[in-house]
Design a protein around this ligand. Structure first.
Ligand code: FEO
Length: 401
């Protein structure tokens, strides 16, 4: 095993048996400077259930943790909340160890697993399809399943342990943080990490999240603990993360302007600085973020609650800077809603960056509240004053919000 960390008890008979990926730095394009965890949970009752597994390379680590509690051969059920391979990657190893275990998941999960793991003999796996409200008794404990299609894959599902009031929420409510701590009351600022995770993974699904919050209300389930598949378990005040998801899904903003830019010979940077001065002089918070000096995921986290953004680019070969194009492509996929934007930038002769940025911002769903501002070669004092005034007008938009 890579490290000597014992399984962790959530409550009597419920254990964390996952793995810590200290060295993960990129999660399908989402930069993870602090790594992540893959949380799997073992529930020991008259019957034994394993909820989710871990990335394939950590199968041995998970099995060793399980072995410290029970012989893995005694697992009766494997609950597959999600097909994505950071949670199903060790399923073939588990099914090799316990070929008679029955797998529970949604219909889409069954389809997805059969496509990922046909080479591992998944046609022989005993799979039971479940729906929202389906229950599985383990003896004293009962599992109830809640389908969460498109949060964030079609197969996604949550598992609720009724008697313990624990929601095993898979990707939802997670954070990409590797730590030897397991609970939110042992670490500061978990909500900030959760916000970054939400912005980069779940932002496109706001409407579905609001519906999910409604469904949980309709099911009338009490929640004492939320145990996601990444990062810390919400043991202290788990309601705070459901409340935060509701807020983020509604697109609630704070009073701030975000100025995002790249620069070639500092002209666009000078414009950005003057815009920042204008916003500040109007008494509104502002953040300046250079695209090549900040990870995309950090910029996206700031966009989550910013009502107005300005995006600046110099012109290169009649278009925007490649770094700005890459960032806007990433942003477009996350579909932020209800936000305003203005483009700005510099050029030498033909121009083109500002128009290209505007096109991408519109395609990403932003409302362009005024035509972009551009300068030739180097901004002079009049042009910098126009940038300051642009900043003041954007501050006023924030106050209207
Ligand atoms: Fe953590 Fe969608 O996988």
């Amino acid at each position: 095993m890579g490290e000597n960390i014992e399984p962790v008890t959530l409550t009597k008979g419920v254990y964390w048996v996952g793995a810590i990926d200290w060295n993960l730095r990129d999660f399908h394009g989402y930069v993870t400077p602090r790594g992540t965890t893959y949380n799997a949970y073992l529930i020991v009752d008259e019957k034994i259930a394993l909820v989710d597994t871990v990335k394939a390379e950590f199968a041995g680590e998970m099995l060793e943790r399980i072995s410290q509690i029970i012989d893995p051969a005694k697992i009766d059920y494997v609950i597959a909340n999600h097909v994505e391979m950071d949670h199903s990657g060790s399923l073939p190893a588990i099914m090799k160890a316990v070929p008679d275990a029955r797998i529970y998941g949604t219909r889409q999960c069954k389809n997805g697993l059969s496509q990922y793991y046909h080479a591992q003999g998944c046609e022989d796996w005993d799979f039971e399809v479940v729906e929202t409200g389906t229950e599985l008794s383990l003896g004293a404990k009962t599992l109830m399943f809640i389908e969460t299609a498109m949060l964030h894959w079609p197969d996604s599902m949550h598992t609720y342990i009724r008697e313990d009031k624990i929601l095993l929420s898979n990707d939802a409510f997670g954070q990409h943080v590797a730590t030897s701590k397991r609970f939110n009351d042992e670490v500061d600022d978990v909500i900030e990490d959760a916000a970054e995770y939400y912005a980069n993974i779940l932002m496109p699904f706001g409407k579905l999240i609001l519906k999910y919050v409604e469904t949980v209300g309709e099911l009338g389930i009490d929640i004492d603990m939320i145990a996601p598949c990444h990062g810390l378990i919400w043991r202290r005040d788990p309601g705070q993360i459901i409340e935060a998801y509701g807020r983020w899904a509604k697109g609630e903003n704070v009073n701030k302007v975000l100025v995002i830019y790249d620069t070639m010979w500092d002209s666009t940077y000078m414009m950005a600085r003057s815009i920042v001065e204008g916003v500040t002089s109007a008494g509104v918070d502002v953040k300046l973020m250079a695209i090549r000096k900040n990870e995309f995921s950090k910029i996206i986290k700031e966009i989550l609650d910013a009502p107005v953004i300005l995006v600046g680019s110099p012109t290169l070969n009649n278009g925007m800077f490649p770094s700005v194009g890459g960032f806007l492509t990433y942003l477009k996929g996350l579909r932020p809603r209800g936000k305003k934007a203005v483009a700005f930038g510099s050029y030498g002769w033909g121009g083109g960056a500002v128009k290209a940025v505007e096109k991408e911002l519109e395609a990403a769903g932003f409302e362009l509240v005024e035509p972009g501002l551009q300068v030739r070669y180097r901004p002079d004092e009049d042009e910098l004053e126009k940038c300051r005034q642009l900043g003041e007008r954007m501050a006023a938009k924030v106050k209207e919000n």
